[in-house]
Design a protein around this ligand. Structure first.
Ligand code: ZN
Length: 111
């Protein structure tokens, strides 16, 4: 039964569609991004090439957010922390699964 796989594929398709429309929207809205950092309100000069290179646009819920290099670093740090949290959760899950497996193995050898 590939019911689960079907759902997964459907979700993936929806995500791609969402991403594409977000990207289209982003390109369209690039000029209306504003002239300051979304996070700290530092002013952004579109004419300054160095600024244009250093600043980033984060798409959040389909809306582009202009962020300065400092805030970008903060965001990357938060993302990294979130990743590590997810990974440590996964490690805990794996460990408990292994424990169950060992327990079952012990019962099998006794029988
Ligand atoms: Zn900022």
């Amino acid at each position: 039964m590939s019911f689960l796989r079907k759902i997964k594929r459907k979700k993936l398709k929806a995500d791609t569609k969402k991403m594409k429309s977000a990207f289209r929207g982003m390109t369209k809205r690039l000029n209306s991004l504003g002239d300051s950092c979304t996070s700290c309100s530092k002013s952004f000069d579109k004419a300054d090439n160095e600024m244009v290179m250093g600043w980033s646009v984060y798409v959040n819920d389909g809306f582009p957010n202009l962020v300065c290099p400092e805030c970008k670093q903060e965001i990357e740090k938060l993302k990294q922390e979130q990743r590590e949290e997810i990974e440590s959760d996964r490690t805990n899950e794996t460990r408990s699964e292994e424990d169950n497996g060992n327990l079952r193995l012990g019962t099998d050898s006794n029988a």
